[in-house]
Design a protein around this ligand. Structure first.
Ligand code: SF4
Ligand code: SF4
Length: 134
């Protein structure tokens, strides 16, 4: 049954422990958004991932993402793909206990369209990713 989880912007996913993986292109976009050189951005806002395979965003001392500003993502327009993809393209067992996204049963084409819109991916890409999860 195709389901679309409609985000309620509760920001719980910006507050729980975990790493936000960053691709090189995302670092370039985020640094430009902040008006910083990439090296400066990397030094100020990132650290090595625990698997040492790349960089992750820093967390504040209280555990929330360094870019969470009250109840808003301060880099919303350029936030990493990992943030956009949750919870429709990845999630974890029991995520519904904390995430307030509303699950809606939708048609298959509607599911692809809505997820593409939410994740800013192309419909073809979303369709492929959903298929690979089956
Ligand atoms: S980058 Fe934005 S959306 Fe992603 S975890 Fe940080 S505050 Fe949340
Ligand atoms: S994805 Fe879930 S946890 Fe994250 S902001 Fe939306 S409703 Fe909240």
């Amino acid at each position: 049954m195709p389901i679309f989880h409609e985000c309620q912007r509760c920001t719980a996913c910006c507050r729980w422990p975990g790493q936000v993986r960053l691709s090189d292109a995302e670092i370039t976009r985020l640094a430009a958004f902040k008006g910083m050189a990439e090296r400066e951005f990397i030094e100020r806002y990132t650290k090595l991932r625990s698997d040492r395979r790349g960089l992750t965003l820093l967390e504040k001392p209280n555990g929330e993402c360094v870019f969470l500003d009250g109840n808003n993502c301060s880099v919303q327009s350029v936030k990493p793909q990992q943030c956009r993809d949750f919870p429709n393209l990845w999630n974890f067992h029991g995520f519904e206990k904390t995430c307030h996204a509303i699950p809606r049963v939708v048609g298959q084409a509607e599911q692809v369209r809505l997820i593409a819109q939410a994740t800013q991916r192309s419909s073809d890409e979303v369709a492929r990713l959903l298929e690979s999860k089956l």
